[in-house]
Design a protein around this ligand. Structure first.
Ligand code: PMV
Length: 357
């Protein structure tokens, strides 16, 4: 996308240090299946989280020779596990931020959530990196508007990890073209306004059924949609679900909201169960929790629902109004199914923030 290539004339390198905090997000309409460079096969919609965040600082030091060089520290220590992904990200974005070759980068990152909690950090970490890089770009090109800044940050983050495009703004974003949203793009995510106020304080409690990394990476997962027998039906369904969900979220109809959100979660897993090779990513504890959530909803009429990532953990979604009752239910009934009783209480958030060093 040529519109995002850096074109300012003056690129005299400057020493600069910047720090950003970017949130994780949870998709309600799932992105599953992509073309090259994280162009999605269908649009997705997510809640931006508040407390599950990555904080990243980058020190840019001008250097005499050109080329990509960087050091990486995770939670205060040099860490080589993340280097391949980081290197791949920087190589991907390089054509759009060609000025970066004039610097040595010292990157330091921390997550607010425990390292092996099973919460993917790629969305929040790629978004935080993209924002640090955009801040330097704006120092060099002061003509960049706020909207251009945000869109290019989302665009760059997407090149690292598709869902990272949705980790710049909040509380609700859409990434991927859909006929009901004129501005929606496959290149970056946009914020969705004018939804019912119940969604501006929606709660998300993440029940950790399985800590550690996923058995199928999302890269492998997306590839499974190539030649999948139900791929086209799934991509059409996601388009229709997004169209309906936007209307439902404008009205605040929670019964219909639940119907679509849970169906999306189960469809994501159904895609993995019906691909070649096939995978079962839920654990027995995941199913026990789902059954208990459905029973609780039937017995209490409280609009508690779940969504799933491509793994065994469960995100419980509910209006803030019911937080204290649901918190009791989680502590007394659901935490028994969590690994070491572990869960994370989060809620929708307003997006990434610049941190003052
Ligand atoms: O951004 P990726 O490539 O890690 O893919 C994310 C896929 C899901 O988390 C399963 C769905 C989504 O839309 O976030």
């Amino acid at each position: 996308m040529d519109a995002f290539r850096f074109t300012a004339k003056t690129t005299t390198p400057i020493s600069y240090k910047t720090r950003w905090q970017a949130p994780s997000n949870i998709a309600l309409i799932k992105y599953w299946g992509k073309e090259k460079n994280q162009i999605p096969k269908n649009p997705s919609l997510s809640f931006t989280l508040q407390k599950c965040v990555t904080k990243t600082s980058i020190e840019f030091q001008p250097k005499p020779s050109l080329g990509l060089t960087f050091d990486f520290f995770f939670e205060g220590k040099p860490n080589s596990n993340f280097l391949p992904k980081l290197n791949q990200f920087l190589e991907q974005i390089r054509p759009y931020v060609s000025w970066i070759d004039q610097y040595h980068l010292t990157i330091k990152s921390d997550n607010s959530f425990p390292h092996s909690s099973g919460i993917a950090s790629s969305a929040s970490s790629m978004a935080a990196l993209a924002l640090c890089i955009m801040e330097v770009e704006r120092e060099m090109d002061t003509a960049i508007t706020d909207l251009q800044f945000i869109r290019k940050a989302s665009f760059l983050a997407r090149l690292g990890s598709g869902s990272a495009a949705r980790s710049i703004e909040g509380p609700i974003t859409v990434w991927g073209k859909n006929p009901s949203i004129n501005e929606a793009s496959d290149d970056y995510a946009i914020k969705i306004d004018s939804l019912h106020s119940v969604f501006s304080t929606y709660q998300d409690t993440v029940l950790i059924v399985e800590k550690g990394s996923k058995s199928v990476s999302s890269t492998q997962g997306h590839a499974l949609m190539k030649g999948h027998p139900f791929a086209n039906q799934r991509f059409d369904q996601a388009q229709q679900h997004l169209h309906s969900l936007l209307e439902i979220m404008r009205e605040g109809n929670l019964e219909d909201f639940i119907r679509i959100v849970e169906s999306e979660a189960l469809t994501l897993h159904a895609m993995m169960m019906t691909s070649q090779p096939y995978y079962l990513l839920m654990e027995p504890q995941t199913l026990s929790i789902i059954q208990k959530v459905w029973n609780y909803r039937r017995e209490t009429s409280i609009p508690l629902c779940f969504t799933l990532d491509a793994g065994a953990n469960i995100h419980l979604l509910y209006p803030k109004l019911y937080a204290s009752k649901i918190c009791d239910f989680i502590k007394n009934e659901l935490s028994l199914h969590c690994q070491q009783g572990f869960f994370i209480e989060d809620e929708v958030g307003m997006g990434a923030k610049k941190m003052y060093i």
